[in-house]
Design a protein around this ligand. Structure first.
Ligand code: ZN
Ligand code: ZN
Length: 298
């Protein structure tokens, strides 16, 4: 059959048009303010409107996270928490990163979300009340963190094979000393594959939509943190067993051939790809991400 992009676009548009107007009378009454606002948004913006609100929230929170760590760097705050000492991004590096992010968020991440929306409905995810309990919500988020880490580990190792590294993953490694904004700085093909790793556990678990959307926000914020360049011990995730966090992933950017997990260390330990960062890495270089970049693997 001949490929017809107009047909595909029309089919997606039809999907959204036919997404039902939420019928609150069919559900139990909201029990708390979160459920009340959940229903209010569904009634006033529809299911696709709700998706767009979460997408925007994700983009805005990503930007806020990036700006917070940018300010840490700009004013050299908390130098004792800085992982790669004296490695601060230049204004050119920040501009380069933000240009890539804007393109990725508009041309890759938003379309991925739009495509996944009707697909998630087919899989049986629900908007209905009651919303999950806090414990069910946290359990599903934890399982998504664990699942994404598993898929990410194997895809990441695959991206470190010579051809894929040279042609795709090298872009993400442009910054050997990452900073908050670099979390989603990557070649578009990598963004798609890592998006699949993010969707996969959610599609297996099929949680409530509030968990599904919240998971993407948690995933993005965790990525901002693990690329921040700052070791913040009090961050709640640090209390999870095998959570390597920022130091773990920062060392991947520094060393290239170790620590492939997103955040957890257990797979790297299991498959002998784990390396512990010895001590703070001294550096007299001012801001030379691109200079030291790609020397180790090209
Ligand atoms: Zn990274
Ligand atoms: Zn890598």
């Amino acid at each position: 059959m001949k490929f017809n992009s107009t047909l595909i676009i029309n089919t997606i548009a039809e999907n959204f048009k036919s997404s039902r107007v939420y019928d609150v009378s069919a559900d139990p009454l909201p029990r708390n303010s979160i459920e009340y606002y959940w229903v209010w948004i569904l009634q006033n913006c529809g299911e696709f409107g709700l998706f767009l609100i979460f997408y925007l929230a994700m983009a805005i929170l990503y930007a806020i996270g990036g700006i917070v760590f940018y300010l840490f760097d700009k004013f050299k705050l908390f130098p004792s928490r800085k992982i790669q000492i004296k490695k601060y991004p230049s204004s050119y590096e920040i501009r380069r990163c933000i240009n890539n992010l804007v393109i990725n968020y508009i041309t890759i991440i938003l379309p991925l979300g739009i495509i996944s929306f009707p697909f998630s409905k087919v899989l049986g995810l629900t908007h209905d009340l009651p919303l999950p309990t806090i414990w069910k919500f946290l359990l599903d988020i934890f399982l998504c963190l664990l699942g994404e880490d598993f898929f990410h580990y194997w895809m990441h190792r695959f991206f470190h094979t010579p051809w894929f590294y040279k042609n795709i993953h090298k872009e993400h490694h442009y910054f050997s000393a990452p900073f908050g904004f670099t979390a989603s700085y990557a070649h578009p093909v990598e963004v798609v594959f890592l998006g699949i790793a993010t969707f996969a556990p959610a599609f297996i678990l099929r949680p409530h939509y509030i968990t599904f959307y919240s998971w993407f926000i948690v995933r993005q914020l965790d990525a901002v943190l693990t690329h921040s360049g700052y070791d913040i011990e009090l961050f709640p995730f640090n209390f999870m067993p095998y959570y390597g966090g920022t130091v773990f992933h920062d060392y991947h950017h520094k060393q290239f051939t170790c620590n492939y997990g997103s955040r957890f260390t257990y797979l790297d330990k299991l498959f002998n790809t784990y390396k512990e960062k010895p001590t703070k890495i001294p550096s007299s270089e001012p801001s030379n991400n691109s200079l030291s970049n790609n020397k180790k693997q090209s």
